[in-house]
Design a protein around this ligand. Structure first.
Ligand code: HEM
Length: 398
């Protein structure tokens, strides 16, 4: 590749087409022409983007940031930003609550939360106009599941937090990075109350960390608050987008939607395909080269940032024939679905996410079979083109 100066390199993140959920056109071009390519980040830092490749040789320390907010001074890292043993030790504190089997055990509670959100929507009806599925279903879903089943707070406390207009969106960041103070205050109070009086430590995540880490002097109060804050916000935006974009895409593919209505067991496949097709948390898989390395014929120096474009890899025609078609019958190996990243930093909440989304897609069209969009897709408000794909509202009639 030519030795372009940094200022001539394409700026990342690339922009999606206006008013569309399609991936940026540059990804396809790079995938076909130059799958390991140079880019520059928001602050002019040069880096690489890999649009077709699975990695195992990159580390996190000093990893490239994609927007200025993440570069504030004094941010205390969570395991999202750690490497190797330190990463494994910190990740292990929350891991038992997010394994496949722990998430499977939560399925009945997840279903009942989905049922109650949908019953509320049904009860409200459309007499006052269309219902916004983002506000009424996609946004509260994940925080509600986490607060009730893993943090084990009372339904009242969970509802109070959710109705306080607290912004619970996040990008696997830290309290300081993405934090409205009411959520931070909520977590702080919760941690302090469990420090004072832990519940059964096997039962809830906070008591578990208090008893097994804090009381043994392995972890301090601020670290705990920061970690729990990260867990509470990390996946909310991605779940919100998966629900909203999944509903939108099914409504745009009525024959496939009819199949799902007739056979809700298809929800598991639907979820994998929605995640592949939209890859709603596409900007998170970032690494730094551990050592000088050659990848796709390009020489990458140790210490250089690398964006692993999971959004592009999920549209890789070598892995998925006709990748731009939405097809709920596509065979997708769950372990290969890069929507949740890969390697030691892969998404810790992936099984919980799958089961939440499966419950939504299996139930929504059973309870509201006549659901339809209240506006044209081009009239929806989309997230800014250089951010993760999403819609801010999804008004529907039913
Ligand atoms: C549809 C929903 C979700 C998607 C698409 C998603 C996607 C991702 C992606 C792409 C990463 C980065 C992986 C990498 O760098 O290779 C990630 C990391 C992470 N996610 Fe998720 N996520 C979702 C939901 C959740 C939920 C619900 C939680 C927690 C309750 C969560 C917790 C985390 C954590 C803790 C990490 C950092 C893991 C580490 O660095 O070791 N995610 N997620």
């Amino acid at each position: 590749m030519s030795a372009a100066s940094t200022s001539e390199l394409p700026k990342y993140p690339f922009a999606r087409p206006e008013k569309s959920v399609d991936p940026p056109a540059e990804l396809k071009k790079l995938r076909q022409q130059c799958p390991v390519s140079r880019i520059q980040l928001f602050d002019g830092t040069p880096g690489w983007i890999v649009t077709r490749h699975k990695e195992d040789r990159y580390r996190r320390e000093g990893y490239p940031e994609i927007h200025p907010g993440a570069k504030k001074e004094g941010i205390r890292p969570t395991f999202v930003h750690m490497d190797d043993e330190e990463h494994a030790t910190h990740r292990a504190m929350t891991e038992p609550f997010f394994t496949k089997s722990a998430s499977t055990a939560l399925k009945p509670q997840i279903q009942s939360i989905v049922d109650s959100l949908l019953n509320k929507i049904k009860q409200k009806g459309c007499k006052d106009g269309p219902v916004d599925l983002v506000a009424e279903l996609a946004t509260p879903l994940n925080p509600k599941v986490l607060l009730l089943t893993i943090f084990k707070v009372s339904e009242k406390d969970a509802n109070d937090l959710l109705s306080s207009n607290a912004s619970l969106g996040g990008t696997s960041g830290t309290a300081t990075e993405s934090g409205p103070s009411d959520v931070h205050e909520f977590i702080t109070k919760l941690v302090d109350s469990r420090i004072e009086k832990p519940a059964n430590p096997e039962d809830d995540l906070i008591s578990n960390i208090v008893v097994k880490q804090y009381q043994k002097g392995k972890f301090d109060r601020d670290g705990m608050i920061n970690l729990l804050y990260m867990v509470l916000v990390a996946g909310n935006t991605a779940i919100m987008s998966s629900v909203a974009l999944g509903v939108l895409t099914l409504l745009q593919h009525p024959e496939q939607l009819d199949e799902l209505k007739k056979n809700p067991d298809l929800a598991e496949n639907v979820v994998e395909e929605v995640l592949r097709y939209h890859t709603p948390s596409a900007l998170n898989s970032r690494r730094v080269a551990r050592e000088d390395t050659t990848l796709g014929g390009q020489e990458i120096k140790a210490g250089t940032g690398i964006i692993g474009s999971v959004r592009s890899a999920n549209r890789d025609e070598r892995e998925y024939p006709t990748p731009d078609n939405f097809d709920i019958h596509r065979k997708i190996d769950q372990n290969k679905n890069l929507a949740f990243g890969y390697g030691p930093h892969n998404c810790q909440g992936q099984w919980l996410s799958r089961f939440e989304l499966q419950a939504v897609f299996a139930t929504l069209f059973q309870k509201l079979p006549n659901l339809k969009l209240a506006v044209k897709p081009e009239e929806l408000e989309y997230t800014p083109p250089t951010q993760n794909v999403g819609v801010t509202k999804l008004p529907v009639w039913f």
